[in-house]
Design a binder for this molecule. Structure first.
Ligand code: LMR
Length: 393
């Protein structure tokens, strides 16, 4: 029966992970997959996570099923982290999902059930898995302009002109913070204007929050989402705890619908039903780690301190790389790296130059120049800057 089974076309991130693992060269540099690394190149288990896990192992008495939505303590703690009280709980329906990826998929399926004709608008540059996940859920996506190729900054006019074309009931996917792959985030004013644009069109925002805490800080990074939630009747959210809790392989995510109060029960039921059909009960361990941390004053402080260290290190790498590129190339065209935030920036290099970096220098970044700033350290910043100066000379 499998003679004609087509192989899936995996996105570039997965292919790059494999190519990097297969490369025998010492000194190869991984700037591909979005994983935080410390100065020594490790992705350590956070201390707050270790402590929470010890507590869970010592006190947990059962691993029997919870509800389809998952652990209420996790959902409540995440609601606090994401929304900060911007809307009452009576408007919030949420379920746990295996990672943020599944949250995106579940929300796309929810949209299909509600409004199969809707178009999901995605930024022209976006996470390589967004469009495939939306297509797999049976929905169509359409790009809106985002990064201006000349300035490397937000194409504000292009973005709002495109979003003005969204129909009522369409969905606009927005990155809550630390835009992947451009690192270009909306300002407070941009979020306010986005709220107004969505009000005018009647399109529904869908906020993907995968890097909360890596941009300006936990609350500032959620400011745009909170603004939309308070302003608009319906907001969809997919959130991930992979990066800010370092729980990558535990698969901790959440799908949320913020709706008018009378619709909450209907949305909670729909999201739970989708969980049942796709994987039944969400995994528990990682979510329990998150709620244990967020509900304990001391552990929460430890976690916030560790997260802040990570955020500062990534931002330091941005400044160091921009300075090194200025020195090596004698040009200021890379300066925007310092104004962008989060793990990624799109370096202005061609796919051929990316291939040259990989083949000749052992430096791995995505084909479009997406570079994981968290993968750099004081040794590799000059190596990357020199290599880029060489290939762009
Ligand atoms: C990335 O963009 O590299 C991360 O979000 C990892 C992933 O699942 O693609």
């Amino acid at each position: 029966m499998f003679e004609t089974l087509p192989q899936p076309k995996l996105d570039g991130i997965i292919a790059l992970m494999q190519a990097f693992a297969d490369d025998p060269r010492m000194g190869k540099i991984d700037l591909g997959v979005g994983v935080y690394r410390d100065e020594a190149g490790r992705t350590p288990v956070m201390q707050a996570v270790k402590k929470a896990e010890s507590h869970i192992v010592a006190t947990q008495e059962s691993k029997t099923y919870l509800s389809l939505a998952g652990d209420v303590a996790f959902l409540d703690a995440m609601e606090g982290l994401l929304l900060g009280g911007a809307v009452p709980n009576a408007r919030v329906a949420a379920v746990g999902t295996p990672g943020g990826t599944t949250a995106v998929r579940q929300i796309a399926e929810l949209i299909r059930r509600a409004h199969a004709d809707a178009t999901i608008w995605i930024s022209a540059q976006t996470w390589p898995n967004h469009a495939p996940l939306i297509a797999a859920a049976g929905m169509k996506s359409r790009p809106y302009r985002y990064q201006d190729a000349t300035t490397g900054m937000l194409d504000r006019d292009g973005m709002f002109a495109d979003i003005a074309q969204a129909a009522a009931g369409d969905v606009v996917l927005l990155h809550g913070c630390c835009h992947n792959p451009t690192g270009i985030d909306l300002s407070v004013q941009d979020w306010a204007d986005m709220g107004a644009a969505l009000e005018r069109t009647g399109a529904v925002p869908f906020v993907d929050m995968a890097y909360q805490g890596f941009g300006e800080g936990l609350n500032a990074d959620a400011g745009g989402l909170r603004h939309l939630a308070a302003r608009l009747p319906e907001v969809l959210v997919a959130a991930s705890c992979s990066k800010n809790f370092g729980l990558y392989r535990e698969r901790v995510g959440l799908a949320m619908a913020i709706v008018p109060e009378p619709d909450k029960a209907k949305l909670a039921g729909a999201l739970a039903g989708l969980n049942r059909q796709n994987f039944a009960f969400p995994p528990d361990h990682g979510g329990r780690v998150v709620s244990t941390i967020l509900n304990d004053v001391t552990l929460k402080h430890v976690w916030q301190t560790e997260l802040e260290e990570m955020r500062t290190r990534v931002s330091g790498n941005r400044h160091a790389l921009a300075a090194a590129l200025r020195d090596e190339t004698g040009s200021d065209r890379f300066d925007v790296i310092e104004q962008q935030q989060g793990m990624f920036s799109l370096l202005p290099v061609t796919p051929e130059q990316v291939e040259c970096l990989r083949a000749d220098h052992g430096i791995y970044m995505l084909w479009d120049g997406r570079t994981n700033m968290a993968g750099l350290n004081s040794q590799t910043v000059p190596v990357l800057a020199q290599a880029i100066a060489q290939i762009t000379a």
